[in-house]
Design a binder for this molecule. Structure first.
Ligand SMILES: Cc1cc2nc3c(=O)[nH]c(=O)nc-3n(C[C@H](O)[C@H](O)[C@H](O)COP(=O)(O)OP(=O)(O)OC[C@H]3O[C@@H](n4cnc5c(N)ncnc54)[C@H](O)[C@@H]3O)c2cc1C
Length: 467
């Protein structure tokens, strides 16, 4: 029977990064993945394919504004969805192949099959053809991720009533896509099809879209997306989703108790994701699962079985690839006797719409709820030379700093390139910078990053220079 120091179940960003770090630290490492491609949700049906389609559809949308730049395009400009989806798949295949290369390079043994516990130190791997083998491992990391969740009364037929997975490989641009759930995934995929010509309606139970983020970001994103043509039904509770032929009918109740009816040809159900532990046999290893279906872990990501750890979407916290990666590194280093630490407050969140939305730290709503006194400074992109030069003037940067100490407590931004700009805020906050520290750093001109400096100036005595 094969013996390993560490075995990881699941090859998403949590699992494969944990495997690399374990191998770097000298552990004999194995990884088990039930699918034939490595990389998990993120690489196969999540981050990478959605960003590929966002990029392609953004190019198409930008083309409509070429005339503003004095570029005349003659002839038909058409979307070839089949080709766009094929390109996305090529990006996915290349990225997944890259993970396989990294496993080989780091001498990580890859097993294809479903991993299930036989005991706290042995895992059975069942292959597609039904054959199986059992391996022994001193330590095991559960990194089995998550799957799309739904509402109990919705029958997902995966054809016209679909999840994000199917939305990444549609064969036609919907005429009317009704999205249930205005979170990050719904809004990103909604913008893809909006750009490609679909009518897009978003039904959201809460009173705003991207409800976990600072309310100001949600307000600005709603404004911009409305301008682009997306329709919103916030504070609407979906009652039913039915299909008759090619027509999908969504009924929802608004705050006044009235029922609205939306008819579309596709409905994307994006109401969140559930931790995935099916087939794992966690109880055989003495691993506790919480009522919400997550693997229970302590601050060291250790489960109720002391040699078994769990990371990523299958445990508490934000369901984000980079959070899973940090946890993978942390567990590997704990196993090597090191003392790593993750500051969960400083895991940034990003929405890859255009304009992009990004945030780190506390929102205004959280600071108010926690009774922390703060000051806020904002700077609009329309006042920025670089934004005007590029024609990307929507959005702003907002910095929240402690009223007494000036320490930066939260940075919230919406605008061009914010997905990358947020790294400056994370760096500053990791080093516990004050708003004044940021305001005194030289930022190259003209750049979008100057908005961060200006917002820091605004937060420290209303000193913004260009408004
Ligand atoms: C459409 C979409 C877009 C997203 N975009 C972003 C984004 O832009 N940025 C971001 O940070 N996050 C994004 N996410 C979220 C991100 O994909 C997840 O947070 C991330 O993949 C979680 O990583 P993980 O390693 O915990 O699990 P996963 O990536 O879910 O990987 C788990 C793996 O475990 C395997 N597995 C499960 N059970 C077993 C078993 N018993 N035996 C063997 N293998 C098993 C699964 O097949 C899977 O490959 C997106 C998600 C979706 C759906």
């Amino acid at each position: 029977m094969s013996q390993f120091d560490v075995t990881i179940i699941g090859s998403g960003p949590g699992g494969y990064v944990a495997a690399i770090r374990c191998a770097q630290l000298g552990f004999k490492t194995a990884i088990i993945e039930k699918y034939s491609t490595l990389g998990g949700t993120c690489l196969n049906v999540g981050c990478i394919p959605s960003k590929a389609l966002l990029a392609s559809s953004h190019h198409y949308e930008e083309l409509q504004h070429f005339a503003d730049h004095g570029i005349e395009v003659s002839g038909d400009v058409k979307v070839n969805l089949e080709k766009m989806i094929a390109r996305k798949q090529a990006v996915v295949d290349q990225t997944s192949g890259g993970v396989k290369y990294l496993m080989d390079k780091n001498k990580v043994t890859v097993f294809e099959g479903v991993g299930s516990f036989e005991s706290a130190t042995s895992v059975k791997i069942t292959k597609n053809d039904g054959s199986s083998e059992v391996i022994e491992s001193k330590n095991i990391i559960i990194a089995t991720g998550s799957k799309p969740s739904s509402l109990p009364f919705i029958k997902l037929d995966k054809d016209r009533i679909i999840t994000s997975t199917e939305a990444l490989k549609l064969k036609e641009v919907p005429k009317h896509l009704v999205i249930i759930g205005g979170g990050v995934i719904g809004i990103e995929l909604g913008q893809v099809y909006l750009r490609l010509g679909a009518q897009v309606s978003v039904v959201e139970f809460m009173d705003r879209i991207i409800p976990g983020m600072d309310a100001s970001l949600s307000k600005e994103l709603t404004k911009v997306l409305k301008k682009q043509g997306m329709k919103f039904y916030t504070s609407h509770k979906v009652q039913s989703v039915d299909r008759a032929g090619d027509v999908v009918t969504v009924k929802a109740e608004n705050a006044k108790g009235e029922i609205i009816t939306l008819e579309g040809d596709y409905s994307l159900v994006s109401v969140g994701r559930r931790p995935y532990t099916d087939a794992l046999n966690a109880d055989k290893a003495g691993v506790k699962v919480t009522e919400r279906g997550q693997i229970e872990v302590n601050d060291h990501l250790q489960t109720s079985a002391s040699n078994i750890y769990a990371i990523g979407d299958v445990v508490r916290g934000a369901m984000l690839a980079h959070k899973a990666e940090e946890e993978g590194v942390m567990v590997a280093e704990i196993l090597a006797g090191q003392k790593p630490h993750i500051d969960y407050n400083l895991i940034p969140g990003v929405v890859y719409t255009w304009p992009e939305v990004a945030a780190v730290g506390k929102t205004e709503e959280q600071l108010k709820a926690e009774g922390i006194e703060f000051k806020a400074g904002s700077f609009p992109f329309k006042a920025l030379g670089r934004a005007r030069a590029g024609g990307d003037t929507d959005g702003f940067v907002k910095i929240l700093a402690d009223a007494k100490t000036d320490e930066v407590l939260g940075v919230h931004m919406i605008g061009a390139r914010c997905a990358d700009l947020i790294a400056e805020a994370v760096t500053a906050m990791e080093f516990r910078a004050s708003a004044e520290d940021i305001s005194r750093m030289s930022h190259a001109h003209p750049t979008f990053a100057e908005a961060i400096k200006e917002a820091a100036l605004a937060a420290t005595g209303n000193r913004a220079l260009h408004v």
